[in-house]
Write a protein that binds this ligand. Structure first.
Ligand SMILES: Nc1nc2c(ncn2[C@@H]2O[C@H](COP(=O)(O)OP(=O)(O)OP(=O)(O)O)[C@@H](O)[C@H]2O)c(=O)[nH]1
Length: 274
């Protein structure tokens, strides 16, 4: 059964659930159907209709009440439990969805699930075996651009998700409305389609070894055009529509797109009502 899916990932508070809710609204408006699956055992409330909920299998509150785990270990335990019972997820998806359905997977914010643990990768493998065409959508809060080392850390986490999941991948810089006038500046554009070597000049590292490491990483990012960001303001309908368009293309062509910076500029102008 052919299905389409967005794996919505990113650090805690990046805007994943808001993104899912707004995509649902957008699709309702244009008469397109899209479903959201909650894969976060710690989720507490939803602003979208939940088609399928991992908490029906396991939830973090029960695990913590068991006394063996705290919040972070408990979350990893829940996700490992999901993997051990992956046939449950497989059956639920097979029973609830039909050919060509489009599903958003709202994922937990614990970044280690995508970077050094292979839990999400194995879930993605399972989805692909079900003939699901997928795109990883990595959300990063635009507050990360306030500070260059912080932004660089965000870029590296985006890259490790991309490398770990090995599916078409789109990076989204969320909450650009919160940047106010700064989002209109040429300075902001440097972050969207950025030259890492250039930006590295703005970071101050006193340890020469680290400077060398940073430069080497920046060269790799630039040589392979590894990271671009699409700006998003979930409160702006056209911003949502354009991000959806980019992701749909990625899913359709099965690869990362090289997004035209002029397109991104238009996106920023429309998304930021300043
Ligand atoms: N101004 C503004 N706020 C946003 C935007 N997107 C999300 N937010 C706010 O950011 C906060 C966190 O958003 P969530 O959607 O809960 O983030 P999340 O990534 O799902 O969070 P976790 O599930 O805890 O990992 C909420 O208060 C949202 O209202 C945006 O585009 N603009």
């Amino acid at each position: 059964m052919r299905l389409f899916g967005q794996l919505v990932v990113g650090p805690a508070g990046a805007g994943k659930s808001s993104y899912c809710a707004e995509i649902v609204q957008h699709c309702q408006t244009i008469g397109r159907s899209v479903f959201v699956v909650n894969l976060d055992p710690a989720a507490e409330h939803f602003d979208y209709p939940v088609a399928l909920d991992v908490r029906d299998l396991i939830n973090l509150t029960d695990v913590i009440e068991g006394g063996a785990y705290g919040p972070n270990g408990g979350l990893v335990f829940c996700m490992e439990y999901l993997l051990e019972n992956i046939s449950w997820l497989h059956d639920q998806i097979s029973n609830q969805f039909v050919e060509d359905d489009y599903i958003l997977f709202d994922c937990p914010g614990q970044i280690e699930l995508y970077t050094h643990l292979n839990i999400m990768r194995r879930i993605v493998d399972e989805f692909q075996q079900m003939d699901m065409r997928m795109c990883g959508v990595y959300l990063l809060d635009s507050q990360f651009i306030e500070d260059m080392p912080k932004f660089f850390a965000g870029v590296l986490s985006a890259m490790s998700v991309m490398v770990q999941l090995e599916i078409p991948h789109v990076n989204v810089l969320t909450k650009v409305d919160k940047l106010g006038r700064a989002a209109k500046s040429a300075e902001f554009e440097r972050f969207l389609d950025f030259n890492a070597s250039d930006l590295m000049g703005d970071t101050r590292t006193y340890n020469p070894k680290l400077q060398h490491l940073n430069r080497a990483l920046a060269t790799v990012i630039d040589e392979h055009s590894l990271v671009q960001f699409v700006p998003l303001n979930v409160r702006d309908k056209s911003s949502i529509a354009r991000v959806m368009f980019i992701i749909d293309n990625s899913i359709q062509y099965g690869e990362d797109l090289d997004i035209d910076p002029r397109f991104v500029r238009k996106e920023v102008d429309a998304a930021c009502d300043v």
